[in-house]
Design a protein around this ligand. Structure first.
Ligand code: GLN
Length: 291
């Protein structure tokens, strides 16, 4: 192991066990200060207030070693959510592993739209396609108290994570291992949501930041990033009740294309909705039944 490379100074590896303030100073010389705080809180299993209230508290050797390792892994690019094993989504903590995409705040728009579209329906039958951590399916199951939610994913590893999240958050969700509609049989739903892979395979962003560490098959979808959106839009009508909604998250420049896919598949009331950054992020339509 090599020592710090940035010379003498306050951020050098302390010889003795550091206190909280010193550990944070050491961390912030290597990574973002907010990330250093999150990682130290994770190691100490403590609220933010303890870091602020007890800066002179000494770390024990085990915690100091664990924190150093996490800071070094973060400095090498690993996402904070994979290092702590969790990420908040719609006000709840979800377990995440490198088998699943890290839930994004953008996707909360999809939750809000789903709730707005089925808000006063009773016992909604809902499907989440490509559930990953289960964030969408579990949130819908918990927000729509009497809903009957199914979540599918092709990845067995992702389904384990989603099932663990459903158990720890107390959500009742049915899980199905399926490559899109392949394993669904004749089932029909009133709501289908999906945050599928939608990044173009050659998009350089795949080689930057957190995306480098996330499952490639949860992110990339063919040359224009539309392969999975095409498949879902084309197959959804066969799995929707008349009057049911399909709501799809997509990339910043794909709204026009996705509205076209929905129109080709015979959907009505087609629209796109903007995320907090003002980007059309979700498009959807209503299936009115066989035309
Ligand atoms: N919104 C994510 C990103 O661009 C991608 C999520 C996805 O492909 N479904 O980082």
């Amino acid at each position: 192991m090599s020592g710090p490379t940035n010379g003498a100074g306050r951020d050098e590896l302390p010889d003795e066990l550091p206190d909280i303030a010193r550990a944070l100073t050491w961390g912030r010389a290597r990574i973002d200060v907010m990330d250093a705080r999150v990682l130290l809180r994770h190691v100490l299993q403590c609220p933010a207030s303890r870091l602020a209230a007890w800066p002179e508290q000494l770390l024990d050797a085990e915690d100091w070693a664990a924190y150093r390792e996490l800071v070094e892994r973060r400095a090498a690019g690993e996402p904070v959510a994979y290092l702590t094993g969790e990420r908040e989504f719609y006000g709840r903590n979800f377990m995440v592993t490198p088998a699943v995409l890290i839930p994004r705040p953008d996707t909360e728009l999809l939750v809000e739209l789903a709730l707005a579209h089925v808000g006063d329906w009773r016992q909604v039958r809902a499907l989440d396609m490509g559930t990953g951590s289960g964030a969408l399916a579990i949130t819908l199951a918990l927000e729509l108290a009497d809903a009957d939610v199914t979540a599918l994913d092709r990845s067995r590893e992702a389904l384990w994570v989603a099932m663990a999240n459903a158990a720890r958050l107390g959500a009742s969700v049915s899980f199905v291992q399926s490559d899109w509609f392949g394993g669904l049989g004749e089932e029909r739903f009133q709501l289908i949501v999906s945050n599928p892979p939608y990044i173009a395979a050659a998009d350089p962003h795949l080689e930057e930041g957190d995306l480098r560490f996330e499952p490639r098959n949860a992110l990339a979808a063919g040359p224009a990033g539309l392969d999975d959106l095409v498949e879902i839009a084309a197959g959804a009508a066969r799995h929707l009740e008349p009057g049911g909604w399909l709501l799809l998250e997509h990339g910043y420049d794909q709204a026009f294309a996705v509205r076209g896919l929905l129109a080709d598949a015979g959907f009505a009331s087609i629209a796109s909705w903007k995320d907090l950054a003002g980007i059309e992020r979700v498009s959807g339509g209503r299936w009115l039944g066989r035309s």
